[in-house]
Design a protein around this ligand. Sequence first.
Ligand SMILES: C[S@@+](CC[C@H](N)C(=O)[O-])C[C@H]1O[C@@H](n2cnc3c(N)ncnc32)[C@H](O)[C@@H]1O
Length: 253
Amino acid sequence: MALNIIGIGLNDEKDITLKGLELVKKSDAVYLESYTAFLNCNAEKLEKLYGKKIILADRELVEQRAEETILKDAKSKEVSFIVVGDPMSATTHIDLMLRAKELGIKVNIVNNASVLTAVGITGLQLYKFGRTASLPYPQENFKPESAYDIIMSNLKNNLHTLILLDLNLKEKSSMSVNEAIKILLAIEEKRKEKIFTKETLIVGCARLGGDYKIKFGKVKKLEKEDFGKGMQCLIIPSKMHFKEEEALGLYRI
Ligand SMILES: C[S@@+](CC[C@H](N)C(=O)[O-])C[C@H]1O[C@@H](n2cnc3c(N)ncnc32)[C@H](O)[C@@H]1O
């Protein structure tokens, strides 16, 4: 009948929009995407507000078994696939939408706040951000340096860099700002191109949209800061306008 792909915002059960909530309440099945981001509350809180049982959908279910689960249900029933943040900010959800449309399923999209715009709270101007980078946990045989390259290329073009951090699925959290700093310093140690040193000015953000913590300062200061639990990201500002500097001054350490 229909697949509703609904953004549920960044913090807790109350961040869903009225439009999203109405669709969830009349759905026969509700899937919660649980591999690209987490809320600061558990699924029980969502179940209580929605009055619906929530089915957790991991990457394998969505990317490999959607035809036998979500999409099969959506052919004859009303199905909601709910996503933390905005649902159209990850390729995996765009792919699900395309597969649903291919099968002739009606798709409704409900947008919501995303980390990609929530970083505006730092005062850095959103239109001055360049390519977004992702920083994975290094593995024995996989130590990508693409985030470092993206920072370098953005800096050359006077653009800020937002770095999204890998998820720790066990902890239902993201990598911390401190872990990200360690990984980037290790890449700097190898590359020695003075892109990310102890003197670099950075912004660390945790739990945007909720009980947030933002700190702006040199790497050597932020590496000692405790950002607590929850979703975290890092920004490497480029050349700043004086208004951006003034706003970031609120978070300076
Ligand atoms: C792949 S993105 C998910 C994007 C999400 N669909 C959205 O629209 O916001 C996940 C990464 O974004 C960052 N992130 C997500 N929510 C955040 C928040 N509330 N505060 C800080 N960083 C966040 C973290 O680095 C996390 O690992």
